[in-house]
Design a protein around this ligand. Sequence first.
Ligand code: ZN
Length: 507
Amino acid sequence: MAEFKKTAMPVTREEDYPQWYLEVIKAAELAENSDVRGCMVIKPWGYTIWENMQRELDQMFKDTGHTNAYFPLFIPLSYMQQEADHVEGFAKECAVVTHHRLRQTEDGKLVPDGELEEPLIVRPTSETIIGASYAKWVNSYRDLPILINQWANVVRWEMRTRLFLRTAEFLWQEGHTVHATQEEAMEETTKMLYVYKEFAENVLAIPVIEGEKTESERFPGAVSTYSIEAMMQDKKALQSGTSHFLGQNFARSSKIKFQSREGKEEFAWTTSWGVSTRLIGALIMAHSDDNGLVLPPRIAPVHIVILPIYKDEKEKETVMDYISGIKKEISGLRLYDRKIVIHIDERDIRGGEKNWYWIKKGVPLKIEIGPRDVEKNTISVVKRTDPDLKKNFVSKDEFVKELILTLTIMQDELFKKADSFQKENTFEIDDYNEFKKVFTPKNEEKPEIHGCFARSHWCGNRKCEEAIKDELKVTVRNIPFSEKEIEGKCIYCGNKSSKRVIFAKSY
Ligand SMILES: [Zn+2]
């Protein structure tokens, strides 16, 4: 008889991956759908994760010479029209403000009133509105470079939404820089892509593949777009950050001009780059298991949760005294510049329920302390990364002494696990039948986890790319920097190809 293993999530990853994803979010209280179609409510646990991401990224931006500023939420319609490709890319998903007040009708209903002369668009991205300011700020080569980042919300009217991965409104950061030369702008584009890679791998413990997007997946209006792509546990790719080299396209449309050193008037070179709350979706799908959320220590809202166990007031006093001693000992410790966060759960609820509550929320270390632990100067620890969630009894002093090392190892283990998973599910595929087989689910009704990252040759022709997309819903994720020039045959048409690319299904 097969062993029956009970899990905290009502469905496992194997049973129904998309549903499992939603259950993890629900159980961990990360976010929920709002009454406004397509918009999510990010709950405190989810928002703290976002704040932790912001803090880490913000420091990395500042370390690379950037500062923050803030630009308007509304973009005049005429600004959007300036860049033709940009219009085409975003027109279908714009929220448009057409009126500026409400009027009450005789039967008490509110109706929009005061039509605007020029409609305003709620920013889907800010190249054009920021460009308008930059045009005023830049006169001479001495004004360059401009290295600014904005933390903001944006709106892209999505009809089919999924929490964190695709919502009408989402939070993000968008970097917008201006440079005097093409080389400098290109260097910035690459630099920020590597900032994202470092962040994804070191802080989120998610291995990513960096490379260039194909023309069809390019940011509307960009000369070239670069991405980092991560593999989720269902073997689909999640684009986790993008950096765009905009050439002089946006400088031309926004009229960002400057006097060069030689006294000539030139258009500037611009870049933009961004990551969003989508990364929370990546975090969930890269690490979580059938018991709920698993968080890398560096991003966890709480590092350690302590559950006191006592039967009466006298025991309570002893146990709580002991816990405040531990808290004091740990209070000075830091994991990568962040103070260790301890939460003591004193709620009056059943022990079992309390236990699972924190497992589902993904807190790295869960500690139980009862009167007997106080006597023996021990504690019982459960690591969230341990698939068996085994209780370990250790001496308190040892625990405190080893704490930072323990958390660092856990962080490392999560990365290694995700990295092995990605490597084990990445294949060189040169035969289209084999390619088709890998990307075709066995049960069309309820598709099971399937697919991979296929390193295959592609001739560079858009037609092959589209044909594969239509047939299998598989796209070129990016053309990795790490792939060497090597002669081969396009997986679809058999024509000459000089490089392998990453094909996968994606979010
Ligand atoms: Zn081809």
